[in-house]
Design a protein around this ligand. Structure first.
Ligand SMILES: N[C@@H](CCC=O)C(=O)O
Length: 573
């Protein structure tokens, strides 16, 4: 608790150097215990610097003056490419990171690396089983290291530098990742590959169902969770015996570059995974040539659908989420529910695949001035602490156009926001918008295909649609949910059991929260997170998600006899 307070305070003091952060945190942690001598503090400082020995950059110092050159990792070696792209600091437009821009001529080592991995993987229940234990060991060490305050802060600050979000949101990602590492320490990796056996028809026959790897695999992940998504997916792939190539959105891939270095420090073999930075077309070509046996893609539906065709269906997808929340008839704990709505719609400036995109308010809530509460909460957000910040994939103009189009629908109205942020240096390539809510009547949303498509367009920014329904119109709400295309997260905010039953039994979203505390965002590592309703849907976080995405079923039927002495050749059949 104290630690968080220190971090928040340091964030407000703004961009202090890493060693200052380290010292302040370690001192504060001990304020309640006996006073430490100076030499003890010195030893502790040395230990904390040692815990960052894997890092090759300083999260605080990245700037035009001290640009950092990133590397690819292939066949166990960190390498540069002939060209790099220079990233702009999303808060001031300064060039601060150079990312390898792998060209078509440079993909061969990656293709060879993947092709060198057999379909039976680097390990499986019958081959190199000691590697399950190795990963249990690596996870135990990495979990310990990531829990060190200096390491936790290093990753949280690095995340903030490239994907601006509040410290609480950034550190949340680190905590989820750390818990995931803890979850798969010790024997837990081998338990993922637990087999089962079914007795056969005669002596010597026994069928065994096994979790088998795919071998060479690929992972493509987006900008919004620079650590949580790629770390959990790449480790899941490795646990099950695959050899992954990882490509993270170049805008944020520095975070995983550093995390892979941390894994190496904790004993992960250098050649177990490759890490590439390139544009989409180069990656596409690489995939076509290397033919990974499966590719996990997290990102936009458009790219997901293209990959599904290009890779002949060998994909697992976590694509768009036009995530809905329904407030049921039982109005209670309005302040709490409003706060959750504010977090779900606007934390990380709305750039979560789980963000609340539409809020269906039962008339009972609407009568309670609920929108006013939402408006007041949204007004607290500010650029200073990144509770609102740059939008990395959508420009301000695009969102303003979208708002204008929505407002052309009869009886639609702007509830709050709708204006660009002011007094900032966010470069024009990124968006900067106030938290915004537009109300559109439910009947208008459903009126025709055009309105429905417009109202359910996912805006990856601080934007949500509000609507209201009368008690007898619940079927219209359910119709809207049925007509949506992506079914990722959802929330049914009610403790009315029959209402919950009605909504839950008629909808499909993969990660659905139900009850008065229901939310759409913030799934930790212990909640399955992924879409439902699509056989290509991926999951992340839990043992079930790992097994589903990163292994397939193999049945080995042992049939060793004995063959009875009385056996004679039967008639043919
Ligand atoms: N845990 C994050 C999503 C991570 C995506 O795979 C959330 O719930 O918003």
């Amino acid at each position: 608790m104290q630690r968080c307070v220190v971090k928040a305070a340091l964030w407000h003091c703004n961009l202090r150097s890493r060693s200052v952060v380290a010292k302040a945190s370690s001192r504060c942690l001990h304020t309640s215990s006996a006073h430490l001598s100076d030499s003890a503090l010195l030893t502790e400082d040395r230990a904390s610097n040692a815990s960052l020995s894997f890092a090759s950059c300083d999260a605080e110092k990245l700037s035009g003056e001290q640009q950092y050159q990133m590397h690819n990792l292939v066949q166990g070696k960190w390498q540069q490419t002939s060209k790099s792209i220079e990233l702009l600091d999303p808060l001031n437009g300064e060039k601060f990171i150079s990312v390898p821009d792998t060209s078509l001529e440079e993909i061969l080592p990656f293709v060879q690396s993947l092709r060198a991995c057999p379909k039976s993987g680097l390990h499986n229940p019958l081959k190199n089983p000691e590697r399950y234990l190795l990963y249990g060991e690596v996870m135990a060490k990495a979990a310990h290291l990531l829990k060190q305050p200096q390491v936790e802060t290093f990753f949280a600050r690095l995340i903030q530098r490239v994907s601006p979000k509040s410290f609480a949101q950034a550190v949340g990602e680190v905590v989820v990742t750390q818990k995931f590492l803890e979850n798969f320490s010790g024997d837990q990796v081998r338990f993922l590959a637990r087999s089962f056996a079914v007795p056969g028809n005669h002596p010597g026959q026994l069928s065994t169902g096994m979790r088998w790897p795919y071998g060479p695999v690929a992972i493509i992940t987006p900008f919004n969770f620079p650590l949580e998504i790629p770390a959990l997916q790449v480790l899941g792939a490795l646990f099950m015996g695959n050899k992954p190539i990882l490509k993270v959105d170049s805008k944020v891939s520095i975070v995983m570059e550093q995390f892979v270095r941390l894994l190496h420090e904790c004993g992960m073999p250098l050649t177990d995974m490759d890490f590439i930075n390139s544009d989409g077309p180069v990656m596409n070509k690489l995939l076509l040539e290397a033919e990974p046996k499966t590719t996990l893609f997290t990102g936009s539906s458009k790219v997901a659908e293209k990959l599904a065709v290009d890779l002949k269906g060998r994909v697992k997808l976590e694509d768009a989420g036009f995530d809905w929340k329904i407030l049921g008839p039982d109005v209670q704990h309005e302040d709490y529910v409003a706060w959750v709505c504010d977090q779900d719609a606007y934390a990380c400036s709305g750039q979560k695949c789980s963000a609340q995109s539409i809020l269906f308010m039962h008339e009972n809530w609407a009568k309670q001035n609920f929108v006013e509460k939402l408006k007041n909460l949204a007004a607290r957000r500010k650029l200073d602490d990144l509770t609102i910040g740059p939008v990395l994939t959508v420009t301000t103009e695009l969102v303003l156009d979208h708002i204008e189009n929505l407002l052309a629908i009869p009886c639609a109205r702007l509830e709050f926001g709708g204006k660009p942020l002011t007094n900032h240096n966010i470069p024009d390539v990124y968006g900067a918008l106030e938290p915004t809510a537009v109300f559109v009547p439910l009947k208008e949303i459903l009126r025709n295909e055009e309105n429905f498509a417009l109202a359910t367009t996912e805006i990856f920014g601080p934007f949500q649609l509000l609507t209201e329904y009368k008690h007898e119109d619940l079927p219209l709400v359910l119709e809207a949910c049925e007509r949506m295309h992506a079914h990722l997260t959802a929330a049914v905010v009610s403790n009315d059991v029959l209402f919950l039953q009605e909504v839950l039994s008629n909808t499909v979203n993969g990660t659905t929260y139900a009850g008065i505390r229901a939310r759409t965002t913030g799934a930790p590592q212990n909640h399955w997170f992924g879409p439902a309703g699509d056989p290509r849907g991926a999951g992340i976080g839990t043992p079930e998600a790992i097994k589903l995405v990163w292994s397939c079923h193999r049945e080995i039927i042992q049939d060793v006899g004995p063959i009875p002495d009385s056996w004679k050749t039967p008639h043919c059949t």
